[in-house]
Design a protein around this ligand. Sequence first.
Ligand SMILES: O=C1O[C@H](COP(=O)(O)O)[C@@H](O)[C@H](O)[C@H]1O
Length: 313
Amino acid sequence: MASSSLSLPTSLRIRSSHFPYSRSVHAASLSLLPPTTTATPSLSLTLKAVSLTRENLVCRASSSPSMAAHKKVEVFDTKDDLAVSLAKYTADLSEKFTKERGSFTVVLSGGSLISYLSKLVEPPLVDSVDWSKWHVFWVDERVVPKDHEDSNYKLAYDGFLSKVSIPTGNVYAINDALSAEGAADDYETCLRHLVKNGVLALSESGFPKFDLQLLGMGPDGHIASLFPGHPLLNEKEKWVTFIKDSPKPPPERITFTYPVINASSYIAMVVTGVGKSGAVQTAFANSGTLPVESVLPEGELTWFLDKNAAPKL
Ligand SMILES: O=C1O[C@H](COP(=O)(O)O)[C@@H](O)[C@H](O)[C@H]1O
């Protein structure tokens, strides 16, 4: 597969026959590491340390309190390669949680993310996933009717949900008849009910623990409807909140808060295109300025990047 994979802070892997290793080396000192489990000898960079094999690059970055417990970065030559890998990753987690818990709780975002789920709804994966065990949620939603062009539900329905057999009762869209505030409260009530009846797990931090959240990031580094500099970034108590002044239209939205996002077992951060490479670069430098930098799940964070969005190391 034409991909690169990076992992931070404990491991950053790059798998690519085309990865420009030389660009990765300039900021760091090189040292030899013992061979990894692959047959190929590996090199290590102290950046805080990147190890390279011909097909793999494993980077151990400095531990920083602002980093997730386990963070990986995958870089793909093409969007198609990314979609194939994201589909396999999602299908594997579906199997894992279905076996372990009898259900799979998945959070979708809007925007470009949905287009990268295309391989999941094609053979062979579409036939191997047990869709009856899926429970689908939204990390954010625009407060518009469900058939509105701006609706994240509509986007997901047209591009994904309409192609698979997830029980209708397991698809948790917002109540679009309510105000932004009402819809946020209603969604939080729904989540609390699902925790009570065991569909959703509860994290030690007291927030719902989703199995997988599939997130996108805007060119300004926003995730969900958490925008740079907005007071909602500081919300620590609520599970779901609302915004009426979103800098990106439409202005009225509901959104999960950081505590709910970060209680997740797995998060995939799917980012493509040169227009987002600046934000990715800033985020990887731990600038402390972008909302995406506060995505630090209790579980595992994996960045799925195409090479146009990948940071220049
Ligand atoms: O407004 C939104 O934007 C972000 C990013 O969208 P993208 O098209 O740039 O990938 C999205 O993740 C969020 O769910 C959506 O409401």
